[in-house]
Write a protein that binds this ligand. Structure first.
Ligand SMILES: [Zn+2]
Length: 325
Protein backbone atom coordinates (compact mmCIF):
# COMPACT_ATOMS: atom_id res chain seq x y z
CA UNK A 1 0.00 0.00 0.00
CA UNK A 2 1.51 3.38 -1.03
CA UNK A 3 1.94 5.74 1.91
CA UNK A 4 2.34 9.47 2.47
CA UNK A 5 4.24 10.71 5.51
CA UNK A 6 3.98 14.30 6.75
CA UNK A 7 5.88 14.21 10.05
CA UNK A 8 9.45 12.95 9.95
CA UNK A 9 12.56 14.54 11.47
CA UNK A 10 15.48 13.95 9.11
CA UNK A 11 18.08 13.48 11.87
CA UNK A 12 15.56 11.52 13.96
CA UNK A 13 15.16 9.08 11.09
CA UNK A 14 18.92 8.35 10.94
CA UNK A 15 19.48 4.59 11.11
CA UNK A 16 21.66 3.90 14.21
CA UNK A 17 24.16 1.90 12.15
CA UNK A 18 24.62 4.93 9.89
CA UNK A 19 25.28 7.24 12.85
CA UNK A 20 27.64 4.70 14.46
CA UNK A 21 29.58 4.34 11.21
CA UNK A 22 29.90 8.10 10.80
CA UNK A 23 31.05 8.48 14.44
CA UNK A 24 33.74 5.84 13.85
CA UNK A 25 34.92 7.57 10.67
CA UNK A 26 35.24 10.83 12.59
CA UNK A 27 36.63 9.21 15.76
CA UNK A 28 33.83 10.68 17.87
CA UNK A 29 32.87 8.55 20.88
CA UNK A 30 29.09 8.43 21.26
CA UNK A 31 28.96 4.74 22.24
CA UNK A 32 26.93 5.68 25.34
CA UNK A 33 23.83 6.44 23.28
CA UNK A 34 23.50 2.87 21.97
CA UNK A 35 22.31 -0.29 23.73
CA UNK A 36 23.91 -3.74 23.30
CA UNK A 37 21.78 -4.48 20.24
CA UNK A 38 23.04 -1.28 18.62
CA UNK A 39 19.78 0.65 18.96
CA UNK A 40 19.42 4.13 20.43
CA UNK A 41 19.13 4.05 24.22
CA UNK A 42 17.24 6.65 26.31
CA UNK A 43 15.13 6.76 29.48
CA UNK A 44 12.43 9.36 28.80
CA UNK A 45 11.57 12.22 26.46
CA UNK A 46 14.13 14.62 27.91
CA UNK A 47 16.85 11.99 27.75
CA UNK A 48 15.67 11.22 24.22
CA UNK A 49 16.30 14.88 23.27
CA UNK A 50 19.87 14.56 24.62
CA UNK A 51 20.54 11.30 22.76
CA UNK A 52 19.04 12.89 19.66
CA UNK A 53 21.41 15.83 19.89
CA UNK A 54 24.40 13.52 20.53
CA UNK A 55 23.51 11.45 17.46
CA UNK A 56 23.09 14.62 15.42
CA UNK A 57 26.49 15.92 16.57
CA UNK A 58 28.30 13.56 14.16
CA UNK A 59 26.50 15.13 11.19
CA UNK A 60 28.80 18.04 10.50
CA UNK A 61 28.90 18.68 6.76
CA UNK A 62 26.62 18.97 3.72
CA UNK A 63 27.95 15.65 2.42
CA UNK A 64 27.03 13.97 5.75
CA UNK A 65 23.49 15.25 5.23
CA UNK A 66 23.45 14.00 1.64
CA UNK A 67 24.38 10.53 2.89
CA UNK A 68 21.82 10.80 5.69
CA UNK A 69 19.08 11.79 3.23
CA UNK A 70 19.83 8.78 1.04
CA UNK A 71 19.88 6.39 4.03
CA UNK A 72 16.56 7.76 5.34
CA UNK A 73 14.77 7.73 1.99
CA UNK A 74 15.87 4.16 1.34
CA UNK A 75 14.16 3.12 4.58
CA UNK A 76 11.03 5.12 3.76
CA UNK A 77 10.78 3.72 0.24
CA UNK A 78 11.16 0.20 1.65
CA UNK A 79 7.99 0.89 3.69
CA UNK A 80 6.07 1.95 0.59
CA UNK A 81 6.31 5.69 1.21
CA UNK A 82 5.80 7.59 -2.07
CA UNK A 83 5.74 11.11 -0.62
CA UNK A 84 7.47 12.42 2.47
CA UNK A 85 7.75 15.81 4.14
CA UNK A 86 10.68 15.98 6.50
CA UNK A 87 11.64 18.50 9.14
CA UNK A 88 14.99 20.20 8.58
CA UNK A 89 16.75 22.32 11.17
CA UNK A 90 19.24 25.02 10.15
CA UNK A 91 20.26 24.80 13.84
CA UNK A 92 21.92 21.47 13.02
CA UNK A 93 22.78 22.40 9.42
CA UNK A 94 25.33 25.18 9.64
CA UNK A 95 24.31 26.78 12.95
CA UNK A 96 21.62 29.02 11.35
CA UNK A 97 24.13 30.75 9.07
CA UNK A 98 22.26 31.43 5.81
CA UNK A 99 25.21 30.76 3.51
CA UNK A 100 26.02 27.48 5.25
CA UNK A 101 22.34 26.50 5.29
CA UNK A 102 22.12 26.97 1.51
CA UNK A 103 25.01 24.52 1.08
CA UNK A 104 23.38 21.91 3.32
CA UNK A 105 20.08 22.35 1.53
CA UNK A 106 21.72 21.95 -1.87
CA UNK A 107 23.31 18.65 -0.76
CA UNK A 108 20.03 17.36 0.73
CA UNK A 109 18.09 18.23 -2.42
CA UNK A 110 20.62 16.53 -4.69
CA UNK A 111 20.35 13.37 -2.60
CA UNK A 112 16.54 13.60 -2.66
CA UNK A 113 16.51 14.01 -6.46
CA UNK A 114 18.69 10.93 -6.76
CA UNK A 115 16.32 8.93 -4.52
CA UNK A 116 13.33 10.12 -6.58
CA UNK A 117 14.99 8.91 -9.79
CA UNK A 118 15.91 5.57 -8.20
CA UNK A 119 12.91 4.69 -6.02
CA UNK A 120 10.22 7.16 -7.12
CA UNK A 121 9.93 8.62 -3.61
CA UNK A 122 9.30 12.39 -3.50
CA UNK A 123 10.70 14.46 -0.63
CA UNK A 124 9.90 18.04 0.40
CA UNK A 125 11.29 20.03 3.34
CA UNK A 126 9.70 21.84 6.26
CA UNK A 127 12.09 24.03 8.24
CA UNK A 128 11.64 23.83 11.98
CA UNK A 129 12.89 25.99 14.76
CA UNK A 130 13.68 24.28 18.06
CA UNK A 131 11.46 25.50 20.88
CA UNK A 132 13.92 24.96 23.73
CA UNK A 133 16.63 26.90 21.85
CA UNK A 134 14.46 30.02 22.39
CA UNK A 135 12.77 32.70 20.25
CA UNK A 136 15.98 34.56 19.27
CA UNK A 137 17.49 31.53 17.53
CA UNK A 138 14.07 30.79 16.03
CA UNK A 139 14.18 34.18 14.27
CA UNK A 140 17.46 33.27 12.59
CA UNK A 141 15.94 29.94 11.58
CA UNK A 142 12.88 31.71 10.17
CA UNK A 143 15.12 33.96 8.07
CA UNK A 144 16.85 30.84 6.65
CA UNK A 145 13.38 29.46 5.90
CA UNK A 146 12.10 32.63 4.25
CA UNK A 147 15.23 32.98 2.11
CA UNK A 148 15.01 29.41 0.80
CA UNK A 149 11.21 29.11 0.54
CA UNK A 150 9.99 27.77 -2.79
CA UNK A 151 8.88 24.60 -4.51
CA UNK A 152 11.08 22.39 -2.31
CA UNK A 153 11.14 24.13 1.09
CA UNK A 154 7.39 24.31 1.48
CA UNK A 155 6.69 24.78 5.17
CA UNK A 156 7.79 26.09 8.54
CA UNK A 157 7.22 24.63 11.98
CA UNK A 158 8.40 24.30 15.54
CA UNK A 159 9.67 21.18 17.33
CA UNK A 160 11.53 20.43 20.54
CA UNK A 161 10.48 20.59 24.18
CA UNK A 162 6.82 21.67 24.25
CA UNK A 163 7.19 22.80 27.85
CA UNK A 164 9.74 25.51 26.99
CA UNK A 165 8.15 28.93 26.50
CA UNK A 166 4.83 29.70 24.82
CA UNK A 167 3.84 29.56 21.13
CA UNK A 168 3.31 33.33 21.07
CA UNK A 169 7.01 33.83 21.91
CA UNK A 170 7.62 32.59 18.36
CA UNK A 171 5.11 34.88 16.64
CA UNK A 172 7.73 36.87 14.75
CA UNK A 173 9.23 33.71 13.24
CA UNK A 174 5.86 32.35 12.13
CA UNK A 175 4.83 35.70 10.62
CA UNK A 176 8.14 35.87 8.76
CA UNK A 177 7.64 32.36 7.36
CA UNK A 178 3.99 33.03 6.43
CA UNK A 179 4.95 36.20 4.57
CA UNK A 180 7.50 34.19 2.60
CA UNK A 181 4.67 31.94 1.40
CA UNK A 182 5.46 28.97 3.65
CA UNK A 183 2.69 26.75 5.02
CA UNK A 184 2.68 26.29 8.79
CA UNK A 185 2.60 23.47 11.31
CA UNK A 186 3.51 23.23 15.01
CA UNK A 187 4.19 20.45 17.48
CA UNK A 188 1.50 20.65 20.19
CA UNK A 189 -0.78 18.38 22.18
CA UNK A 190 1.92 15.78 22.69
CA UNK A 191 3.44 16.82 26.02
CA UNK A 192 1.11 19.78 26.45
CA UNK A 193 -2.64 19.35 26.93
CA UNK A 194 -5.55 20.66 24.83
CA UNK A 195 -4.63 24.30 25.59
CA UNK A 196 -1.29 23.85 23.82
CA UNK A 197 -3.23 22.89 20.67
CA UNK A 198 -5.49 25.94 21.04
CA UNK A 199 -2.45 28.21 21.52
CA UNK A 200 -0.75 26.86 18.38
CA UNK A 201 -3.93 27.36 16.32
CA UNK A 202 -4.86 30.77 17.66
CA UNK A 203 -1.44 32.37 18.24
CA UNK A 204 0.62 30.87 15.43
CA UNK A 205 -2.30 30.32 13.00
CA UNK A 206 -0.98 26.99 11.79
CA UNK A 207 -3.02 24.75 9.50
CA UNK A 208 -1.61 21.45 10.74
CA UNK A 209 -0.68 20.25 14.22
CA UNK A 210 2.24 17.89 14.86
CA UNK A 211 0.73 15.19 17.13
CA UNK A 212 -2.24 17.08 18.64
CA UNK A 213 -3.50 13.82 20.11
CA UNK A 214 -4.04 15.19 23.61
CA UNK A 215 -6.89 17.26 22.16
CA UNK A 216 -8.87 14.14 23.08
CA UNK A 217 -8.89 15.38 26.70
CA UNK A 218 -11.30 18.14 25.62
CA UNK A 219 -14.13 17.01 23.35
CA UNK A 220 -15.17 20.60 22.58
CA UNK A 221 -11.72 21.09 21.05
CA UNK A 222 -12.00 17.79 19.18
CA UNK A 223 -15.25 18.97 17.56
CA UNK A 224 -13.62 22.32 16.74
CA UNK A 225 -10.72 20.55 15.03
CA UNK A 226 -13.18 18.46 13.00
CA UNK A 227 -15.15 21.57 12.00
CA UNK A 228 -12.09 23.64 11.05
CA UNK A 229 -10.59 20.72 9.15
CA UNK A 230 -7.32 21.01 11.06
CA UNK A 231 -5.07 18.13 10.09
CA UNK A 232 -3.25 16.21 12.81
CA UNK A 233 0.12 14.63 12.02
CA UNK A 234 -0.40 11.69 14.35
CA UNK A 235 2.58 9.49 15.25
CA UNK A 236 1.11 6.65 17.32
CA UNK A 237 4.26 4.51 17.64
CA UNK A 238 6.18 7.56 18.88
CA UNK A 239 3.54 8.36 21.52
CA UNK A 240 3.50 4.76 22.74
CA UNK A 241 7.32 4.45 22.82
CA UNK A 242 7.55 7.66 24.88
CA UNK A 243 4.86 6.46 27.28
CA UNK A 244 2.11 8.99 26.51
CA UNK A 245 -0.26 6.05 25.89
CA UNK A 246 0.28 2.56 27.24
CA UNK A 247 -0.95 0.52 24.25
CA UNK A 248 -2.04 0.84 20.62
CA UNK A 249 -5.66 0.23 21.58
CA UNK A 250 -5.47 3.03 24.17
CA UNK A 251 -4.17 5.51 21.58
CA UNK A 252 -6.77 8.20 20.74
CA UNK A 253 -6.27 8.11 16.95
CA UNK A 254 -9.26 5.76 16.56
CA UNK A 255 -11.54 8.06 18.54
CA UNK A 256 -10.29 11.18 16.76
CA UNK A 257 -10.93 9.54 13.39
CA UNK A 258 -14.42 8.41 14.45
CA UNK A 259 -15.30 11.95 15.56
CA UNK A 260 -14.38 13.34 12.14
CA UNK A 261 -10.95 14.83 12.84
CA UNK A 262 -8.62 14.74 9.83
CA UNK A 263 -5.85 12.42 10.98
CA UNK A 264 -2.74 11.25 9.15
CA UNK A 265 -0.08 8.74 10.24
CA UNK A 266 3.68 9.29 10.49
CA UNK A 267 6.70 7.82 12.30
CA UNK A 268 8.32 10.99 13.78
CA UNK A 269 11.78 9.53 14.59
CA UNK A 270 11.35 5.90 13.47
CA UNK A 271 14.55 4.14 14.66
CA UNK A 272 14.28 5.82 18.07
CA UNK A 273 10.79 4.35 18.43
CA UNK A 274 11.56 1.00 16.75
CA UNK A 275 9.00 1.66 14.08
CA UNK A 276 8.46 2.05 10.33
CA UNK A 277 5.44 3.20 8.30
CA UNK A 278 4.65 -0.46 7.57
CA UNK A 279 4.66 -1.25 11.29
CA UNK A 280 2.41 1.75 12.07
CA UNK A 281 -0.14 0.57 9.49
CA UNK A 282 -0.01 -3.02 10.73
CA UNK A 283 -0.47 -2.05 14.38
CA UNK A 284 -3.32 0.35 13.57
CA UNK A 285 -5.09 -2.30 11.48
CA UNK A 286 -4.81 -4.72 14.42
CA UNK A 287 -5.81 -2.24 17.14
CA UNK A 288 -8.80 -0.61 15.41
CA UNK A 289 -9.82 -3.16 12.77
CA UNK A 290 -9.03 -0.59 10.12
CA UNK A 291 -9.39 -1.91 6.59
CA UNK A 292 -7.87 -0.74 3.30
CA UNK A 293 -10.67 1.85 2.93
CA UNK A 294 -9.61 3.66 6.11
CA UNK A 295 -5.97 3.73 5.02
CA UNK A 296 -7.03 5.09 1.62
CA UNK A 297 -8.88 7.88 3.47
CA UNK A 298 -5.71 8.60 5.49
CA UNK A 299 -3.67 8.82 2.28
CA UNK A 300 -6.17 11.20 0.68
CA UNK A 301 -6.22 13.37 3.81
CA UNK A 302 -2.41 13.48 3.76
CA UNK A 303 -2.38 14.37 0.06
CA UNK A 304 -4.86 17.24 0.61
CA UNK A 305 -2.83 18.47 3.60
CA UNK A 306 0.58 18.14 1.92
CA UNK A 307 2.42 21.45 1.55
CA UNK A 308 3.79 20.71 -1.95
CA UNK A 309 2.51 22.41 -5.12
CA UNK A 310 -0.43 21.18 -7.19
CA UNK A 311 1.78 19.68 -9.92
CA UNK A 312 3.50 17.45 -7.36
CA UNK A 313 0.10 16.54 -5.86
CA UNK A 314 -1.15 15.45 -9.28
CA UNK A 315 1.87 13.14 -9.66
CA UNK A 316 1.21 11.61 -6.23
CA UNK A 317 -2.54 11.31 -6.88
CA UNK A 318 -1.84 9.31 -10.06
CA UNK A 319 0.38 6.90 -8.10
CA UNK A 320 -2.35 6.43 -5.48
CA UNK A 321 -5.01 5.85 -8.12
CA UNK A 322 -2.83 3.32 -9.91
CA UNK A 323 -2.30 1.42 -6.64
CA UNK A 324 -5.98 1.41 -5.71
CA UNK A 325 -7.29 0.62 -9.21
ZN1 LIG B 1 7.98 15.40 15.81
Amino acid sequence: MPKLELHLHLEGAAPPAFIRGLAQEKKIDISGIFDEAGNYRYKDFWDFLKVYEAATSVLTSPSDYARLTRAVLEESAASGVIYSECFLSPDFCGGRDLGAWREYLHAIREAADQAERQDGIILRGIITCIRHFGPEKARETAVCAAETAGDWIVGFGIAGDEKAGKPRDFLWSFDCAREAGLRLTAHAGEWGGPDSVRDALNDLRVERIGHGVRAIEDLVLVDELAERGTVLEVCPGSNIALGIYPTWRAHPIGQLYDRGVKVTVSTDDPPFFHTTMTREYDRLADAFDWDAGVFETLSRTALDAAFCDSKTKTTIAKKLEAAHA
